[in-house]
Ligand binder design. Structure first.
Ligand SMILES: Nc1ncnc2c1ncn2[C@@H]1O[C@H](COP(=O)(O)OP(=O)(O)OP(=O)(O)O)[C@@H](O)[C@H]1O
Ligand SMILES: [Mg+2]
Length: 229
């Protein structure tokens, strides 16, 4: 199973905001700085781009893109995506949320708590479990670990990688952080001002980046933490 975006363009009346194509064989990181078009790309794939924008999407996949069914979504900040006044269990669409707690290594006891009673890392696991409860084929993740502290982030990233391998999900992982991207994904596309300037296998691109923008991102992302896969 793979997903090919043959062409995606998102434009206002005057400007082209995103104009890309890509292929996801396993897990692809879409990396770019703030304003490069990462979230707009995900919104367009979910069919949720702002109505006044012009979206053109042409894709090839063994499933139809349907949000909440074949396509799951994990937001950047799970706390804003959950109602604070409703127990977590009641916010699942699935009758047996326990099934998905095991997948994300979340204690099922937490299902009967309210979101403000959980830590950021626990909430992010809840958000991922909720996305998995729709049994998606393609999981879109928008900076899923940016709000977490460094140690928790590494645990959640490792878990996402394992989920991809165990469930055979396709993952599109949006981030501005090359380090996170390299921990989770086998493939990478570098987005700059709405265009993909470089793409390839993660390991080879990290070892030998050719575009100056990729080199700058790598220098920023690995300067202090180093690369490990
Ligand atoms: N509804 C909209 N109408 C017009 N322009 C928009 C709209 N939404 C976003 N844009 C523009 O599209 C570009 C990409 O925005 P997007 O939210 O996709 O960035 P991003 O890569 O997700 O950035 P960040 O890392 O800050 O989340 C930006 O220049 C933004 O101003
Ligand atoms: Mg964004």
């Amino acid at each position: 199973m793979s997903f090919t975006c043959k062409h995606l363009s998102i434009a206002t009346g005057e400007h082209m905001l995103v104009n890309i194509d890509f292929h996801i064989a396993h897990s692809m990181a879409l990396v770019g700085q703030s304003g490069s078009g990462k979230s707009l790309t995900l919104k367009a794939l979910l069919g949720m781009a702002p109505q006044r924008l012009h979206v053109h999407l042409d894709y090839e996949a063994p499933f139809a893109l349907e949000r909440g069914k074949s396509v799951g979504f994990v937001p950047q900040n799970p706390f804003t995506a959950l109602s604070p006044l409703t127990r977590i269990r009641a916010q699942f669409f699935h009758p047996e949320p326990e099934l998905f707690c095991a997948m994300v290594k979340l204690d099922p006891v937490l299902l009967d708590r309210y979101p403000p009673e959980l830590s950021g890392g626990q909430l992010q696991r809840v958000a991922i479990a909720m996305a998995l409860s729709h049994r998606p084929k393609l999981l879109l993740m928008d900076e899923p670990t940016t709000a977490l502290d460094a140690a928790t982030r590494e645990q959640v990233l490792e878990m996402i990688k394992q989920l991809q391998e165990e469930l055979g999900l396709l993952i599109l992982f949006v981030t501005h952080d090359m380090h996170s991207a390299a921990l989770v994904c086998q493939e990478i596309a570098i987005l700059n001002a709405g265009e993909i300037v470089e793409r390839g296998e993660m390991a080879s691109l990290v070892a030998a980046p050719s575009h100056p923008y990729t080199k700058a991102l790598l220098a920023a992302g690995f300067a202090t933490r180093g690369f490990r896969q």
